[in-house]
Design a binder for this molecule. Sequence first.
Ligand SMILES: *Cc1c(COP(=O)(O)O)cnc(C)c1O
Length: 458
Amino acid sequence: MAKKPGTLEEKDKEYIWHPFTQMREWVSETPVIIEKGSGSYLTDTGHKQYIDGTSSIWVNIHGHRKRAIDKAITDQLKKIAHSTLLGLSNIPSILLAEKLIRLAQGGGLTSLSKIFYSDNGSTAVEVGLKMAFHYWQLKGGRYNKKTRFLTLMNAYHGDTVGSVSLGGIDLFHKIYRPLLFESLRAPAPYCYRCPVNRMYPDCHLACIEKAEEILKERHKEIAAMIVEPIVQAAAGMIVAPPGYLRRIRELCTRYNVLLIADEVATGFGRTGLMFACEHEGVSPDIMPIAKGITGGYLPLAATLVTREIYDAFLGEYREFKTFFHGHSYTGNPLGCAAAIANIEIFEKEGTLEKLQSKIALLESLLSPLKEHPHIGEVRQKGLIAGIEMVREKDKKTPYRLEEKAGIRTCLEARKMGLMLRPIGNVIILMPPLSISKTDLKKMVAITGKAIDRVAGRR
Ligand SMILES: *Cc1c(COP(=O)(O)O)cnc(C)c1O
């Protein structure tokens, strides 16, 4: 019999299959094993500290070991860890629902008035798309033909089969095509590599014309359009030009197509306002939220919808208009308690007010990187930034994926005490909103050095 693995590293390599990871590579390298965290820092089992530059994959908001969230969870633990929302209710899920609706409506997302809980971003999107589809079926008549979805190129809405059907990142999604339902696709507002070869603002948002054409011609068969509002996150933090989201909302209204705004990545202050939709005064019909909802503590998600959609499902039991969907951990009390504490910290500490000067600082820190010979574009919205590395700046030639420019840059940053994870050639900076200005400066300085080491300064 083979020798049993002894160290943590050996056990990891023996038993775990890591997400989005080439495991042959993983087992040939030394993994970083995180033991603890505090504020914006992670500490590994070798006592090395790192700035958590991507908020533990875009979830952390107020830092690690935030006392008020720790306490909210332990207090709830003394009552009950979990009970179900299927046929029952529980206290934290009720109080959180009220808070979330107030939060959305307070930000001008006035049409959202009901909450459906689940436990991750993919399921929150899945719920939204099933509701949109089901809604039109319940409306009946000619609306029964509204069964399709319009989505944007480069979109990412999660990893379940339904949410992958809405996705547009070939590297992740192409292989599954035979399993998926077919979505209609419109160009993304990717200004740096403009899909219609124009320049903002002279383009007058020409990239929307294709979406408009599809809506105009096929709205009778389209249930909903889904977008990542303002920032297409997994596409490499592609920031939509001002006015884009607003136009999409207008078109969806005009053609009687529901708008799903996937705020899973952008929600909870990441873009400088509580929800990205607020930047353009847009109120979606369906809004999935997850990642930051618990401040990065526990898996919880919600899909916010309008009363109009909710009402369509009302009827006598025997009509079977029920939304037959639910997960075992729906409305988990510990997660909801953490989420309530998360939102209360925003209120008590003025998180969003304090954030504004950090956003300005990040902008000024990133500015010199724009001149770098191997940086094609620096994109930023709020405390989210994407730095697109290119092999040839003048021609915008990307590095080939095999060159691993992004991965190697992040490994260099890691040596210098900054934990990052790239998306292809794009270096993502997405620290907790609570990061100090000192650490923000440190983060950008290390990032610049890491890029120099990999790409050279010439
Ligand atoms: C991360 C993400 C999802 C999926 O969320 P999971 O919790 O990872 O399932 C969906 N939509 C967007 C925009 C995301 O960034």
